[in-house]
Design a protein around this ligand. Structure first.
Ligand SMILES: [Zn+2]
Length: 272
């Protein structure tokens, strides 16, 4: 379907960030969404299908149309759609570049004090996706900390389902060793049953909210204590909301989370 850029970006920001967030955080999200769309279009992933962008969050960006947003927001629809549309329009044409190209403007929900470098999640380092300070604390983000408890038996079977070469001795205290950390303090890798597993792999295997975790074995179960939510790379949405509440403008928020990227402007339709 054909849809205007600003209608598209309004539906993306509405799908990706809580509408209750500070308007400067919503503006930062609008610029990130515009940048991400331009980056996708420049890769021409959907060129042969005859369109620019899809609505799969794992491929392009999540998008919600008016009827889905009415169902989601109910009586707040008019207030929220107006708030998000004005964040999109206030940043009309603005996007982030590195060496003249739209950056990979990834984002996540929250980070425990520091964001993550891209190479620890997707192999490739990028100069603007490096660890930076992020202001979340448990006092200011209610669900920043979480725990996950899993019995030793379930843990063993879950790991074996994905890593059949793992070997588990009788004492669960000896199952996990060799934990290595990234610069931001997240788990880079660890040895489980003699097999080296990345922090990201274990995160998805167990359903942990992030790779910023510690663990202990206690009374027949492993208990994982987790901080933050998401891969940790690029802009933290809760961090952006706190920075905005403390007086930062959207361009200052973007400069914090994508250091060195340049705020660039175009007018009219998307350049392709
Ligand atoms: Zn796509």
């Amino acid at each position: 379907m054909d849809i205007s850029i600003n209608d598209y970006l309004t539906g993306v920001v509405a799908a990706e960030m809580p509408a209750s967030f500070n308007v400067e955080a919503l503006k930062a999200q609008a610029v990130a969404a515009r940048t991400y769309a331009l980056h996708k279009i420049s890769k021409k992933s959907h060129f042969h299908q005859g369109y620019d962008i899809c609505d799969n969050y794992a491929c392009c960006s999540a998008y919600l149309g008016p009827s889905e947003l009415k169902a989601k927001w109910g009586g707040d629809y008019d207030k929220y759609i107006e708030k998000i549309r004005s964040a999109v329009e206030a940043t009309d044409g603005l996007y982030l570049t590195w060496a003249g190209e739209p950056i990979l403007a990834v984002f996540h929900s929250s980070s425990p004090g520091k964001t993550e470098g891209s190479e620890n999640v997707w192999k490739n380092p990028l100069p603007y996706l490096v660890p930076v300070d992020s202001p979340e604390t448990p006092e200011r983000v209610s669900n920043l900390l979480s725990t996950l408890s899993i019995s030793a038996e379930d843990f063993k079977n879950t790991v074996l389902g994905r890593f059949p070469n793992a070997h588990f001795v009788d004492d669960p205290n000896l199952w996990i060793s060799g934990v290595l950390y990234t610069e931001s303090g997240r788990v880079k890798s660890l040895r489980v049953g003699g097999v080296d597993i990345s922090g990201s792999d274990l995160r998805f295997l167990l359903g942990l909210r992030s790779t910023a975790f510690s663990f202990k074995y206690d009374g027949g179960s492993f208990v994982f204590s987790v901080a933050g939510y998401g891969h940790g790379v690029g802009m933290s949405q809760y961090g952006a909301n706190i920075l905005a509440a403390d007086g930062a403008t959207f361009d200052e928020i973007l400069a914090n989370y994508y250091p060195g990227a340049e705020l660039t402007s175009f007018s009219g339709s998307f350049p392709s």
